[in-house]
Design a protein around this ligand. Structure first.
Ligand code: UD1
Ligand code: CA
Length: 452
């Protein structure tokens, strides 16, 4: 019985991106490229997925450390063939007889294609997916003789005198390899080419020469196999993915306005019957329930918006939870740990961080509420600030239910304001306010006769 493993090649620098970030950490709809490839392989290979990392391996590990990927380090990036060489012991130790290899810069891969490709590969010792493009760009050229694959020749090394006119059929960077064959052929790879690298693609010509069964699986111009090497290609793939996402949302019953301007991460869950207005961006594991509405120019990251809640324009939510029927914005900022219970309101130019607003509580204008608990039905007046930071530590403010905080109040934490307490406008509250009490902490007004 053959045993399949999967290998993602992700050690390269991505020189053509002109970025300090390793290429596989470049993002599409807010998610690193490598996540798309790993997610495409997991349904089929479960935990038998290895990833070769090298350039800024520390950054890649940090981004995926807790997601159960197995990493193999390619200390020096001497080419895709060299990357495979580094991974061979791990694959063999795990008892794999065959490996599906895919370039880590193929984020549109999806789960359907690898499955189809594996089926097509069953009878071959080596198979690889090909696409046919009007502009074969920098892809490796597939050389066939009377329809049979002879070799893949990298664009830089292509010589028409040797191989004939340049074909439009190119190598997509998805391979299925018999590992016994790989073990036999790898020692014959050389770096005698224009890049001075060990190419995985040279295995194809070597396999043909050694009478192994070789197949080029033709996949037309399937965009799922497009590689990402440059900002142009990244943008094109991201646009395709965005379009797919929007189509999926519409099909599932989400209401979209200016749909072409809506960007939703594939990890986000938007329920049918939710309503989104473009432009808006919803990233990470955000969730938007049915009947909730996100107006234009909002950005959500890992935010949860419950049924019937409305997020009005220009609001920014990160790791925040908005309860059923709550109202946020326009121009509100909910930072990590902000929680709005049912029907709470947060209005314009209000910032919340690690703060809970109880049911029906309101902070409608110009406030900062951080490290705070606000009881149900409490009203926070315009310009209220919780002074939570003393320069060294953060302190908490607790406000009871049905309290009323007058405008322009500074609550100097740690401090508490009791149930149904009333704080006069312009107060600087440094001492706890008991329940049912009026606290006024400001200079008295004196009215004097005006000098002429
Ligand atoms: C590669 C193929 C080319 C194919 C194209 C498809 C080779 C030699 N060429 O070219 O035939 O048409 O993909 O997209 O394989 N990597 C490593 N270690 C290295 C070098 C690269 O892990 O030492 C990784 C990269 O991170 C990348 C992948 O391998 O994810 C492919 O490398 P890249 O440099 O993008 O190859 P291409 O020039 O696109
Ligand atoms: Ca590439």
């Amino acid at each position: 019985m053959p045993k399949y493993g999967a290998l993602i090649l992700a050690a390269g620098k991505g020189t053509r991106m002109h970025s300090d970030k390793p290429k596989v950490l470049q993002t599409l709809l807010g998610e690193p490229m490598l996540r798309f490839v790993a997610d495409a392989l997991r349904p089929l290979f479960r935990d038998a997925v290895w990833t070769v990392i090298g350039h800024r391996a520390d950054m890649v590990r940090a981004a995926f450390g807790d997601e159960g990927l197995h990493f193999v380090v390619q200390e020096e990036q001497l080419g895709t063939g060299h990357a495979l060489m580094q991974a061979l012991p791990a694959l063999e130790d795990a008892g794999c007889t065959h490996v599906l290899v895919v370039n880590g810069d193929t984020p549109l891969l999806g789960a359907r294609l690898p499955e189809m490709f594996l089926r097509e590969s069953e009878q071959a010792d080596l198979s690889f997916a090909t696409i046919t493009l009007q502009d074969p760009a920098a892809y490796g050229r597939v050389v066939r003789h009377h329809g049979r694959v002879v070799a893949v020749v990298e664009a830089k090394d292509y010589d028409e005198d040797l191989y004939g006119p340049e074909p439009k059929e190119v190598n997509a960077g998805l391979y299925c390899l018999n590992l016994a064959m790989v073990r036999q052929l790898l020692p014959h790879l050389t770096n005698a080419n224009k890049s001075g690298e060990y190419y995985i693609t040279d295995l194809i010509g070597l396999a043909v020469e050694n009478q192994y069964t070789v197949r080029g699986v033709e996949c037309g111009d399937d965009p799922n196999l497009f590689g990402v090497n440059s900002p142009v290609e990244l943008s094109r793939s991201e646009a395709l993915l965005g379009l797919q996402q929007v189509q999926n949302l519409l099909q599932s019953g989400v209401i979209l306005h200016a749909a072409e301007l809506i960007r939703v991460s594939p990890r986000a869950r938007i329920e049918p019957g939710a309503e989104l207005y473009g432009p808006c961006e919803i990233y990470g594991c955000s969730r938007v329930a049915r009947g909730a509405c996100i107006e234009s120019h909002c950005v959500l990251r890992d935010a949860v918006v419950a049924e019937g809640a409305v997020i009005r324009s220009f609001s920014h939510l990160e790791k925040a939870e908005v309860g059923p029927g709550a109202l946020v914005g326009p121009h509100a900022r909910l930072r990590p740990g902000a929680v709005l219970e049912a029907r709470a309101h947060v209005g314009n130019f209000v910032e919340l961080k690690k703060a809970r607003l109880g049911q029906g509580a309101k902070a409608n204008h110009l406030s900062y509420i951080g490290d705070a608990e606000v009881g149900e039905g409490t009203n926070i007046g315009a310009g209220t600030i919780t002074c939570n930071y003393d320069g060294t530590n953060k302190h908490k403010t607790v406000i009871g239910p049905r309290a009323f905080i007058g405008s322009n109040t500074a609550l100097v934490a740690p401090v508490s304001v009791g149930e149904q307490a009333l704080v006069g406008a312009g107060s600087v509250i440094t001492k706890n306010v008991p329940d049912n009490t009026l606290a006024v902490a400001r200079g008295r007004q004196t009215n004097l006769p005006r000098k002429s």
